[in-house]
Design a protein around this ligand. Structure first.
Ligand code: GLY
Length: 385
């Protein structure tokens, strides 16, 4: 493919990233002060206290996750205390068999906590969560079932399967490792498409385990390119590669990344629409959260691809920076609307259920901060990429 991304100046972007992290500290601090121990998923008219349903309870790790990132950014012990508190509040979910989201919940909370302390008790929570998630494995069909039904596989699970790999590594359990690999291969074979795009869901015959069809809940159509699902796959397969070191996983992540970037270039915007196939206005809203996930995933993908292909590594880093630059323009920032309680505006949760549409969404906040921290960590002495 043609690599046309020009060098990106970090000197110009860096002050904006610092401004955003300072703003994030204000917004997250205000949420914790105004609504203690509350785990919102999306804003309603810019306010975190929402009356709409959760649909499924998958976001509890993203608030504590932001607090750990803010602790790193500010170096302030008060963030450490609150991050520990909000992590502790989700500990009971290590046994939660109702959701497929234990990676989202624990890798952003207990992993940073464990990395800072080395406390075995914290690692045990991560391992237990990984083992709990593995119980969703369907022998017939060879996949981890989604929260919706036994016959349902979601692309989102690619972001959660890393906690099973983690548990396998920590315990040396080869069966756990093989189960996780099988889920990745089934997902790749059945809902990652030849053009690198992904379906949201795969449906199986629960009796035989035969694959029946691609489907969607949150995308525009079963055969469309739901942007966030594609970002989950890009980032998920990148993380899986970190455990497997199997270039099959890297190849899937690259196919997802190339598809994502191609569609952004074709739409002449570095902020993705919520589904690349959705028709023009009024339905073609942006989903900034998909952009934040993709930017963070691309940055890590660039690190992983670097030993194999330096040119593509640079291309992915520049694309990630373009996305971050676009996502941090004033009109998308909470500071542009008086009283807006979120950091990043214009996310979409579930358009068909009218939940969190054109609002701040908790995972969008988390992945934007995560992407920015990756850039800040690696750019102190770098002027351009
Ligand atoms: N449940 C994950 C998502 O909405 O992307």
């Amino acid at each position: 493919m043609a690599i046309t991304n020009p060098p990106f100046s970090l000197v110009e972007l860096r002050p904006r990233l610092h401004k955003l992290m300072d703003f994030a500290a204000e917004q997250v601090g205000a949420l914790a002060a105004n609504h203690p121990d509350y785990f919102p998923m999306y804003t309603q008219n810019g306010c975190w206290k929402h009356s709409g349903s959760l649909w499924t309870d998958w976001c509890a790790g993203f608030l504590g996750g932001q607090m750990w990132l803010l602790e790193e950014y500010t170096g302030e012990s008060s963030w450490r205390a609150i991050a520990e508190h909000y992590s502790q509040l989700v500990e009971y979910k290590q046994h939660d068999r109702a959701v497929h989201d234990l990676g989202f919940i624990f890798l952003n909370t207990y992993r940073p906590w464990y990395l800072r302390t080395g406390a075995k008790r914290l690692n045990n929570v991560l391992v237990t969560a990984g083992c709990t998630l593995a119980m969703r494995f369907m022998e017939k069909g060879r996949y981890l079932r989604s929260f919706v039904a036994p016959e349902s596989l979601f692309i989102d699970i690619m972001m959660n399967v890393p906690i099973i790999f983690y548990a396998a590594k920590e315990t040396g359990d080869q069966d756990l490792f093989k189960l996780a690999v099988e889920h990745c291969r089934t997902t790749q074979r059945l809902i990652v498409r030849d053009d690198g795009s992904t379906a949201h869901e795969g449906i199986f015959d629960p009796e035989s385990g035969d694959f029946l069809k691609q489907a969607t809940h949150q995308g525009w159509a079963p055969d469309s390119r739901w942007t966030r699902g594609l970002a989950w796959s890009l980032y998920g397969y990148t993380q899986v590669y970190q455990f497997t070191k199997d270039t099959t996983d890297l190849t899937v992540a690259q196919a997802n990344a190339d598809c994502f970037i191609k569609h952004l270039q074709e739409s002449s915007s570095w902020v993705p629409a919520w589904d690349f196939d959705v028709p023009e206005s009024p339905d073609r809203l942006p989903d900034t959260s998909a952009g934040a996930i993709a930017a963070s995933g691309l940055w890590t993908l660039a690190d992983e691809i670097e030993p194999h292909d330096q040119i593509m590594a640079v291309h992915y880093r520049r694309s990630a920076l373009k996305m971050i630059e676009a996502l941090t323009q004033d009109e998308l920032m909470g500071w542009s609307t008086s009283g807006w309680e979120g950091i990043l505006k214009r996310g979409v949760y579930h358009i068909h259920k009218n939940l969190g549409v054109d609002e701040s969404v908790m995972w969008g906040e988390y992945f934007l901060l995560e992407a920015i921290m990756k850039v800040l960590r690696s750019s102190d002495s770098v002027r351009e990429i």
